[in-house]
Design a protein around this ligand. Structure first.
Ligand SMILES: C[S@@+](CC[C@H](N)C(=O)[O-])C[C@H]1O[C@@H](n2cnc3c(N)ncnc32)[C@H](O)[C@@H]1O
Length: 308
């Protein structure tokens, strides 16, 4: 029997309304984070499915809201997957990764110590340093230099959350990922594992920013479209988030996809672009509203979203 959506998450439901309360507490900061809008996205998921796959995991915003009973969560970026594996297998170590760096950072010159952690990361990319850098860097935008691939984001001016607060977040996340297996995989490998009745939610890199983000891995939208078509023909349900409009107004990104691949299209408002905010040095850009398109290869009943 296939589990129905949220079937085993009764403890995460609002006891009065029976709805899942949107879960907006982030563990790490990541460009393209979907956590604030994840509750809108998951209302378009099928009512029932087998295993949930999230092959472009990033900061796991959708996974944490869905809290699937059976999931496979993956990303190709190795230091990032170290963080998720540590959360799943040894959450106390994850807390101490954060706490050790936070205390050392607080005890000296902040800028010098931030730069030292960044240099350590660049000398040997690893999850422990990346975790701290994602929380402490400017705008939460972990980005990499084009010429040599080194992490280059300066320190942010915001206070970095205390270890006690981070530890509470770890506890809040644990039940939400309890049914999920984490693996470092290229998305094509993850796709190959999904079978009839499974659900894949894809949130790929925006093609135009990939060269300075996420370690600048190879990614071609055309290959993803082919993988989605193959998965659909095997009976896998696929939901794809994709850059909907770049600026306010209706400029669609010009993204080619085969006719008949998608059955439905929805728009999800994701607010102002974080990357643009960063590039414009923190200025607020009222025009930079971003809407994501959510494309579905299946017929999904539109469920009521949780109250916002
Ligand atoms: C837009 S982000 C996902 C954001 C995520 N939904 C969140 O809430 O944080 C895209 C992710 O795709 C990953 N990625 C890039 N190329 C990939 C590939 N070939 N296979 C798997 N993951 C890839 C990046 O490392 C990045 O974390």
């Amino acid at each position: 029997m296939q589990p129905s959506l949220f079937s085993d998450l009764n403890d995460l439901r609002d006891s009065e309304t029976g709805t899942i309360t949107p879960f907006k507490t982030q563990l790490i900061k990541w460009v393209g984070n979907k956590q604030r809008y994840a509750d809108q996205i998951i209302t378009h998921f099928p009512k029932s499915y087998g295993t949930y796959f999230e092959p472009f995991l990033g900061s796991a915003g959708v996974l944490a809201n869905l809290a699937p009973s059976r999931g496979v969560a993956s990303d190709v970026f190795a230091p990032l997957m170290e963080i998720w594996l540590c959360l799943a297998e040894d959450p106390e170590t994850l807390k101490s990764w954060y706490s050790d760096r936070w205390h050392w950072f607080q005890a000296g010159d902040h800028l010098e110590r931030y730069e030292k952690i960044k240099a350590d990361y660049n000398a040997a990319p690893n999850g422990a340093d990346l975790l701290f850098l994602s929380r402490a860097c400017y705008g939460g935008v972990v980005r990499f230099r084009k010429k040599d691939g080194l992490m280059s984001t300066p320190m942010g001016s915001h206070p970095v959350i205390k270890p006690e607060k981070f530890a509470r977040r770890v506890e809040m996340w644990k039940p939400r990922i309890a049914g999920t297996r984490f693996e470092r995989l290229d998305y094509l490998e993850a796709f190959a594992r999904a079978g009839a009745g499974d659900l894949i939610y894809c949130d790929p890199p925006y093609a135009h920013s990939q060269s300075i983000l996420y370690g600048a891995q190879r990614f071609r939208l055309e290959d993803l479209m082919q993988a989605i078509a193959d998965a659909k023909s095997r009976g896998v349900h696929v939901a794809l988030s994709i850059d909907g409009t770049k600026k306010s107004g209706n400029t669609y990104c010009d993204i080619p996809f085969p006719d008949d691949l998608f059955e439905h299209e929805h728009f999800v408002n994701i607010g102002r672009s974080m990357l643009k905010r960063f590039q414009m040095d923190g200025q607020t850009l009222e025009t930079e509203v971003v809407r994501d398109r959510l494309l579905l290869t299946y017929d999904a009943p539109v469920r009521e979203s949780t109250p916002r």
